[in-house]
Structures are given as structure tokens and as C-alpha cells.
Design a protein around this ligand. Structure first.
Ligand SMILES: [Zn+2]
Ligand SMILES: [Zn+2]
Length: 149
């Protein structure tokens, strides 16, 4: 599937939170880890990563999840829809793909944590990792390959 073309818009379940993005995605992924399964109340999470300066958001957010150091998960204050995460000092936003108006265009390029994958799940990702990509360089290589699609 070709890279989706910006700009992009999206909203939470109730519409109180509206997001807009002016850059193409850096990477799209599915994560099968147990935390994501619980956070997303689903078999896996879907993420579209964007440069943080391309992302804007209106509406009231609250933090949720485990509140662990360096991981911030933001939810709509009204409907509690999971909207995005910020991980550490990375200049990226991990948007939950499902909030995007055109979510279906953001096919996952990478799937991670397949060690925890529910056995009946089948995602046609170009790359699969049993755990997380090991290094920043691994992640950068995936983003480079993705950007050339
Ligand atoms: Zn909402
Ligand atoms: Zn996960």
C-alpha cells in the first residue's frame, strides 16, 4: 500500500478531541504486547508515528495507562478513547491509528512483540519482530525503508 498523503485529520469516539497532522507517517505498526492488548481492549494496538511538530490536537485530554516513567498515554477526557502516546524524549507522536478519519490507509508496515501475539491474529506486515526493535538504528532503518514506499 502506498504511503498516505498528508494532511490528515481524526477524532476520538465522541469528537471532543480533534487531531490534525501535516506530515506523512514516519512508520505504522501493530504491537501485540500484553500492555497494548489491555490498553486498547483488543488483540493488538495500531500506531501511526508522526513527527511531533507536525501534530496538533484540540480538546481536553487526560493521562492514563500505567503512568510509568517516560511513557505518557493520552485519552479523551470525555469518552476516554485512547488517542496517542509520547515515549521518552523522542520527537515523535504515537497516534492510535484508529482515530484517523482514513485509518484503513495506514496499513501496519511492522508488527512487534509477536511473542505475545494471539494465535488467531494474522497481520500482513512487511517486518515482524518477536520483541521490540533492538536499537534506535533498527528503528531508523525501518523508518527509512517505510519512507521509500
Ligand atoms: Zn472523546
Ligand atoms: Zn505494545
Amino acid at each position: 500500500m502506498p504511503l498516505p498523503k498528508p494532511p490528515f485529520a481524526g477524532s476520538c469516539l465522541c469528537g471532543s478531541v480533534q487531531v490534525s497532522i501535516t506530515a506523512p507517517p514516519l512508520l505504522t505498526l501493530a504491537c501485540h504486547c500484553r500492555d497494548c492488548q489491555k490498553l486498547c481492549a483488543s488483540a493488538y494496538s495500531l500506531t501511526a508515528m508522526f513527527p511531533i511538530d507536525s501534530f496538533s490536537c484540540i480538546g481536553e485530554l487526560i493521562k492514563g495507562g500505567l503512568g510509568s516513567e517516560g511513557r505518557e498515554h493520552y485519552f479523551c477526557k470525555s469518552c476516554l478513547n485512547f488517542v496517542f502516546s509520547k515515549i521518552g524524549a523522542a520527537q515523535r507522536i504515537n497516534l492510535r491509528t484508529s482515530v484517523l478519519d482514513d485509518a484503513a490507509s495506514f496499513e501496519p508496515f511492522v508488527e512487534i512483540m509477536t511473542d505475545k501475539k494471539m494465535p488467531w491474529v494474522n497481520i500482513p506486515a512487511a517486518h515482524s519482530f518477536a520483541g521490540f526493535p533492538e536499537t534506535i538504528e533498527d528503528l531508523q532503518a525501518l523508518m527509512d525503508e517505510y519512507s521509500q514506499r
